[in-house]
Design a protein. Sequence first.
Length: 285
Amino acid sequence: ELGKDNYIFYLPIKSIEEYKGQRTFMLEMDLRNALSRNEFCMYFQPRVDVFTNKIVGAEALIRWNHKEWGLVSPQEFIPLAEETGLIIEIGNWVVRNVCEQLRSWLENRHQVVPISINISPKNLLKKDWGKYVTEIIKTNKLDPTLLEFEITESTLMQNEHIVRNTLNIIKDLGIKLSLDDFGTGFSSITYLKQYQFHTIKIDRSFIKNIVLDPQDSVITNAIIELAHGLNMKVVAEGVETEEQFILLNQLKCDEIQGFYFSKPVCLEEFEMLLLRDRLEPIKID
Ligand code: C2E
Ligand code: MG
Ligand code: MG
Ligand code: MG
């Protein structure tokens, strides 16, 4: 009996690691077919003006609806897509999807705001990617200022001339660039000068303790002043509480993106949000 029990308890513990490995392996296999099976969709998270509470933009965030596992987080599958190179096709799909969505809103005279898209370094390393983007903008007859591309410092740190070239093509087109997750990497001032970003997004990990930790609020204040001095807008990511919101308002942060106003929502819900004049905070008690 004892041996049997041990066996039953022992096996699941051993198989947790196996399970993780198997899941990664299976996700990687399935990722190859996810595009052709139409399993991706875009969610949108509003960017809200701190002073008017109006939606002034949104970030497009990919979701993978897996037939067996349900919704798989981009935090789990984007790294896999990067490793396997599948990110190139997925990234192209995201850009096309967002551009077609913008076209559709314009055609239907729906309310529309600029949309930001996360761009992987792998896409920027493709020699013809600037052309690809140019074509899509033309096909959909879009005002390029309706698009913003979010990149992270690690993308710039590769210091590849192809990346720089592609970014310049994109900027010359009129697409805005933003520096994502600022505060997590080297937070280099050099890059701020080199690329003239339109927007700088302060990472959630930094906003988290802003109310409790005076150091975090002092540094946030300095980032905001620096950004404004260089003519950039500042977005605070991951704002969840009223206290954070009030403090960021005092620090003259421009925009808020976080659960305080809205989680990322599906297309239908986002279209309803766009029809509102201004957003009310979501009160959690
Ligand atoms: P990110 O670009 O920094 O996106 C912001 C992430 O923070 C999103 O996670 C969003 O849901 C989450 N977030 C926003 N506000 C709050 C908040 O108040 N509290 C908390 N706890 N979280 C908040 P998500 O959608 O899971 O995406 C994770 C990351 O995956 C993104 O980080 C981005 O790096 C990557 N990603 C998402 N979509 C794409 C895509 O289309 N292409 C690429 N290349 N990467 C993507
Ligand atoms: Mg982002
Ligand atoms: Mg971010
Ligand atoms: Mg992030």
